[in-house]
Design a protein around this ligand. Structure first.
Ligand SMILES: [Zn+2]
Length: 141
């Protein structure tokens, strides 16, 4: 870049015009074949007024943008969507059926045993044994 530019009136007028048009200093430099720093220095020396572009930019930033509303998470709905809940909803469960859970509660093939219960107990004979004779350990397979 040529930093020894001759800032004659024509050049200065061109600079002022480009500056007024809102061109970035770099672009003005390219157009006039002068380095960016030379343009910046000249603009400073010429005391060119602040540009409308800069003003607009400021106005844009000052304009409060309407905040996009954050979609509220609805915990109840989320809970309803758990596979367990879905599974439970589809199970025809009655008090006379074993309610021993079978399968992974997180999976949709989860279901209850549903065999006839031992009277007074929520489980069938087999699962009463599991429930009351063996403390459940870790859930197993
Ligand atoms: Zn059972």
């Amino acid at each position: 870049m040529n930093n020894t530019i001759d800032w004659n009136e024509k050049r200065m007028a061109q600079l002022a015009k480009l500056w007024d048009e809102g061109l970035p200093i770099t672009q003005i430099g390219v157009k006039m074949g002068v380095s960016r720093s030379a343009i910046a220095g000249k603009i400073h020396r010429m005391q060119l007024p602040k540009r409308t572009e800069a003003k607009n930019e400021k106005a844009d930033k000052a304009t409060p943008k309407p905040r996009p509303k954050q979609p509220e998470v609805i915990p109840l709905l989320a809970r309803d969507n758990l596979p367990l809940k879905l599974a439970l909803r589809n199970i025809t469960w009655s008090r006379s059926r074993c309610s021993w859970p079978i399968g992974n509660p997180q999976s949709t093939d989860f279901h209850f045993c549903s065999k006839d219960v031992v009277v007074g107990k929520p489980y069938c004979n087999e699962h009463c044994f599991d429930a009351y004779a063996n403390p459940r350990e870790g859930g197993g397979s």
